[in-house]
Design a protein around this ligand. Structure first.
Ligand code: SF4
Length: 282
């Protein structure tokens, strides 16, 4: 049996407002006798509307009208009419989880992470808001709406900052070449994934290479104009000064700087200057 028991059950009155007429006022917290996180992808695949998260690993779902929040070694469940109902439900929940575990080979695990809905205004705040139209939309607002509706991809806006984290699911293949299981890696921004590569530039002259933390060769495809801008940045020039020196608009300079930062995986100008020196751009 996967989960053989539970302990440290704490049954408490849930925080129901005094003006609400409701007899479902109890909730429970308890600990599993083992780490159950390997079940989360199966719950995610089998339970409609399960909300799986990886940081911290947990999943939330409704089972028999009870809200369940499961962490690797503990769980919270609510609401109930009384303490007896709490205990009956915990037994029921553990039976449900053990049954899922027993049936796991016939189930399809899902590693899809639940994302809280995001508003158009929140997306807009992350965009450069210069209406440059490089994404094919007339305004950043139009792009934000399309992104919210799933009709656009973040990659279409070259000025959009790199994501803070990247989440990648890798397959584990058996001897017969079929996928036996999967594992996920969430890496911080600036830590390129092992499979991350960039296409070489057309002239092949501006490519700079280095190895990432996995020992994989990473190629940079700075354009000649981006190298010019990077040289100016490395010399300590401000955006208005670069604009004047290269005879391009401040907006274009800003756009180049963002592209450069994304390509060489740095977050500010001092890091870019160091990178330029190390890679003999200056
Ligand atoms: S490419 Fe980005 S900055 Fe330009 S209009 Fe589209 S969303 Fe706005």
């Amino acid at each position: 049996m996967f989960i053989q028991g539970y302990s440290e059950v704490s049954v408490k009155r849930a925080g129901v407002r005094s003006d609400v007429v409701c007899d479902l006022k109890w909730g429970a917290h308890f600990k599993f006798n083992r780490d159950i996180r390997e079940l989360f992808p199966y719950i995610n695949g089998a339970v409609p509307d399960a909300r799986y998260q990886v940081r911290p690993p947990h999943t939330r779902f409704v089972h028999e009208n009870v809200q369940c929040s499961l962490y690797p070694k503990e769980a919270m469940v609510a609401p109930f009419r009384g303490q007896r109902q709490c205990f009956l439900f915990i037994e029921n929940l553990i039976r449900f989880l053990n049954d899922l575990y027993d049936r796991r080979k016939s189930l399809s695990p899902s590693h899809k992470v639940y994302r809280e809905p995001v508003s158009v205004m929140d997306i807009l705040k992350a965009l450069p808001r210069n209406n440059c139209r490089e994404c094919g939309r007339k305004t950043c607002m139009a792009f934000a709406v399309a992104l919210r509706e799933g009709e656009a991809s973040p990659a279409q806006c070259p000025g959009l900052a790199k994501p803070i984290t990247t989440y990648t699911v890798f397959p584990v293949l058996g001897e017969d070449g079929t996928v036996k299981s999967t594992f996920a890696i969430e890496s911080e921004a600036g830590e390129p994934r092992a499979d991350e590569t960039r296409a070489p530039s057309a002239d092949g002259k501006s490519d700079k290479t280095r190895r990432d933390r996995f020992g994989i060769r990473i190629q940079y495809d700075l354009t000649p104009r981006e190298i010019e801008v990077l040289r100016c940045v490395a010399e300590g020039a401000t955006n208005p000064e670069i604009s004047e020196r290269l005879n391009i608009s401040p907006h274009t300079v800003k756009s180049h700087v963002i592209h450069i930062f994304n390509k060489i995986n740095v977050n500010h100008r001092a890091q870019a200057a160091v990178w330029a020196a190390k890679n003999q751009v200056v």
